[in-house]
Design a protein around this ligand. Structure first.
Ligand code: C2E
Ligand code: CA
Ligand code: CA
Ligand code: CA
Length: 278
């Protein structure tokens, strides 16, 4: 009884209390971050194998007044738990569509913007309406918007995802599978999805060019994508050796620190201007 009492007491230990406090503070901060305009969208360029700038992935950041720039890994899980992901996700979608529309107005026609969707956004009824209104408000053509969905969040509700993706594709947006190779979706399932792109997970790119297993995996994914008429994007490309081999293996597009880090919208605009001039 004494031991159990100690365990119970342990639950209210000062450390736990401090942790719960910290979490609550972060949650309150996050609630206010949107109203205060502390969230930012950064953009990471995506290049075709021939070097052309084809698009950019929108990546969320939080410019915290005390803590500085915080990456999504540190607050998206909390946003998903609390449901804040919905208002945040809607905001990212609006912001990215407006930004891409600006690029087009500046003469960079055809540059795509890719937005990440969380599993919670897929589960909520009305995502298609949210996407339609973001397009309408920004004036962006549907074909210039790409939605990235991770393999694992698709598998949460395969049939529901299937029907949602068909609805979204009906709007005209492009659809890609993010972190491909890390989930367990079957080929039979993938074949039914109206996809345009597979993004090879960074964990496989990491082992290129030395790891024979990773080379074999990339080769298999490329062969599969060819058969299914999908474009292949390699993400997390950090070295010239990776880029060269991935190009030889047949990857269509590259994204990674070697080619460009995620950057503020103004820097992305400057990069677009240089690419066009050069
Ligand atoms: P992700 O969608 O797989 O995004 C790629 C991540 O890899 C980004 O991290 C990017 O900065 C990083 N990265 C890009 N190139 C390289 C490279 O060459 N080497 C290495 N080591 N890393 C590279 P980031 O920006 O911290 O985002 C982490 C994750 O947070 C994203 O993974 C995505 O799942 C999620 N995320 C980001 N923005 C959003 C958003 O607006 N909504 C939702 N739901 N999730 C988001
Ligand atoms: Ca992504
Ligand atoms: Ca990814
Ligand atoms: Ca390996």
């Amino acid at each position: 009884a004494k031991a159990a009492g100690r365990n119970t007491y342990c639950f209210f230990s000062p450390e736990m209390d401090a942790q719960a406090h910290e979490r609550l503070r972060l949650e309150n901060d996050l609630r206010r971050a949107i109203e205060r305009g502390e969230l930012r969208v950064h953009y990471q360029p995506q290049f075709a194998a021939d070097g052309r700038l084809e698009g950019a992935e929108a990546l969320l950041r939080w410019q915290h007044p005390q803590r500085g720039l915080i990456g999504p890994g540190e607050f998206i899980p909390l946003a998903e738990e609390t449901g804040l992901i919905h208002v945040i996700g809607d905001w990212v979608l609006d912001e990215a569509c407006h930004q891409a529309r600006q690029w087009h107005l500046l003469g960079h026609a055809g540059v795509r913007v890719a937005v990440n969707l969380s599993v919670r956004q897929l589960q909520r009824h009305g995502l298609d309406r949210t996407v339609r209104s973001a397009l309408r408000r920004s004036g962006l053509a549907a074909a210039q918007l790409e939605l990235e969905i991770t393999e694992s969040s698709m598998m949460d509700d395969p049939e529901g995802t299937l029907s949602l993706l068909h609805t979204l594709r009906g709007i005209g947006v492009q659809l890609s599978v993010d972190d491909f190779g890390t989930g367990y979706s079957s080929l039979a399932y993938l074949k039914r999805l109206p996809l345009q792109r597979l993004k090879i997970d960074r964990s496989f790119v990491d082992g290129i060019p030395d790891d024979g297993d990773d080379i074999a995996i990339v080769e298999a994914i490329v062969a599969l994508a060819r058969k299914m008429n999908l474009r292949i994007v390699a993400e997390g490309v950090e070295t010239g050796a990776q880029r060269d081999l991935l190009t030889r293996l047949g990857c269509d597009e590259m994204q990674g620190y070697l080619l460009g880090r995620p950057m503020a919208a103004a820097e992305m605009q400057a990069l677009l201007a240089r690419c066009r001039a050069g």
